[in-house]
Design a protein around this ligand. Structure first.
Ligand code: SF4
Length: 450
């Protein structure tokens, strides 16, 4: 079987998006060319996520839809559902040609060779000695690049499937990370996003350097204007890291810091190993050292045993912290996790109703915060055309807020420009660049660090 073209469909988090870049790199190295859509591609790779609800159902229904095309492609299943379901996916449909879990994604070339020999390979599991890095990567963006720093997780929160689907924590050598980031800066990328499930527990396996050291070293790389990082765990945030955020202007004034629940009783059941008071204390210290830092968070509603009072604690925490963005989810039991077996599961109707109430609060707060920015000038890195209108640019402020503004002809993709905020929604800002003399100068791509 000779495959010539591929198309990748990606579900889930930043990690998965970056894995898709890695998958694309390996497919190209194997001689396949990208197709514009799944229709007409010889191979469709489903890079799946099982962190949220009904993932297997979604993947199986997508496999069914692709298999029933007049000229069905070969389907490859990657990502967390591949790890979770393994060989059983081959039984679901004859169109599935291979199954490769996140821990084996670097062996995709081997899977393709086996497929060409008429086999249907299944590669799952993890090699603890295998650390991320040194891969062929096809970058989806020419302005921002993702770089894996830590793979896997040791936290074992009772609701989360990641330690089972991505394995135990493996940090990458600091020198290797720096080499990759220098390469991105040399290629003209302006922003780098460092990735890890609990990135602030990073520890260099060679030198023992901590995440603060890594961040400092990355921020000092010439040509790089911005450094972002996801995701941080509250219990691994120390004073040195806070001081580093405050001292490095290249490090984005943005932090994603999941709190998951505002109730200590629920936090203990989640095995978060940090309390509400510790979380609030950390936020206070962060705000003192990095004024104006934009915070986003993850929160789960309807965790087993969550009562109205616990939920009210989560709402109160939202009001107290005032996050710029909230990613909220109704609890859904994940295979192999302890919380799936907990008693006192919350009825679906209650979860839905709580989620709705939570979004009402979080959207109101996001809107209030965004409205405070109307009239100010924001430094925006242009990273593409607006999806709704080709006459508009879309970019992000250095605090990671999304901003759309009409093109003026004086700026280009990858430039950093001053944009005046003229209107605000809960999830994005609208801006304009009416008078160049009143605005920040444009920092052209390739002109060095901002
Ligand atoms: S810290 Fe908890 S929620 Fe985050 S990836 Fe690890 S186990 Fe999952």
């Amino acid at each position: 079987m000779r495959l010539r073209s591929y198309f990748i469909e990606t579900w889930g988090c930043q990690m998965n998006r970056h894995d898709s870049e890695l998958i694309a790199g390996q497919l190209r190295a194997h001689g396949l060319a990208p197709a514009v859509t799944a229709l007409g591609a010889d191979l469709v790779v489903l890079n799946t996520c099982s962190v949220r609800e009904r993932p297997v159902h979604k993947v199986v229904s997508r496999i069914g839809a692709l298999a029933s095309l007049p000229e069905p492609p070969v389907i490859g299943v990657c990502g967390c559902v591949a790890e979770q379901e393994g060989a059983s996916l081959l039984e679901r449909s004859g169109a599935v040609g291979f199954v490769v879990g996140p821990g084996e994604v670097r062996r995709l070339g081997e899977a393709l060779s086996a497929l060409e020999r008429g086999e249907r390979p299944v590669l799952t599991g993890f090699d603890p000695a295998d650390t991320p890095g040194g891969d062929e990567i096809v970058r989806a963006s020419s302005t921002r690049g993702m770089v894996t720093v830590v793979e896997g997780c040791n936290e074992f929160c009772t609701f989360c499937v990641v330690p089972y689907t991505r394995g135990r924590e493996r940090s990458r050598a600091l020198a290797e990370v720096l080499t990759e980031v220098r390469g991105l800066a040399a290629a003209g990328l302006r922003e780098v996003e460092l990735l890890g499930q609990t990135i602030n527990s990073y520890r260099c396996p060679v030198t023992g350097a901590a995440f603060a050291d890594l961040l400092q070293a990355v921020a000092a790389i010439p040509g790089l204007a911005r450094v972002r990082y996801v995701t941080s765990h509250p219990r691994h945030f120390d004073e040195r890291l806070i001081a580093t955020l405050a001292a490095c202007p290249q490090v984005s004034r943005y932090l994603h810091l999941p709190f998951q629940s505002g109730s200590d009783r629920i936090l203990a059941r989640m095995h978060r190993r940090s309390t509400r008071a510790e979380y609030l204390d950390l936020i206070a210290r962060l705000r003192e050292s990095v004024p104006g830092i934009n915070l986003s968070t993850d929160v789960i509603v309807g965790f087993p045993g969550e009562e109205e009072g616990d939920f009210q604690d989560s709402l109160a925490l939202l009001e107290e912290v005032r996050f710029g963005q909230v990613f909220a989810f109704a609890f859904s039991p994940r295979p192999r996790t302890p919380a799936a077996r907990y008693r006192a599961q919350v009825p679906e109707t209650t979860k839905k109703e709580r989620l709705h109430r939570l979004f009402e609060v979080s959207d109101r707060i996001s809107l209030e915060l965004n409205r405070q920015l109307v009239g100010s000038t924001v430094e925006v890195l242009i990273d593409g055309e607006s999806r709704r209108d080709q006459g508009w640019w879309q970019g992000r402020g250095e605090d990671n807020r999304v901003l759309n503004f009409p093109k003026t002809g004086r700026e280009a993709l990858g430039d950093i420009v001053g944009v005046q905020v003229v209107a605000a929604g809960a999830h994005a800002l609208i801006g304009e660049r009416p008078d160049p003399s009143t605005l920040l100068p444009v920092i052209k791509r390739g002109a060095g660090a901002a």
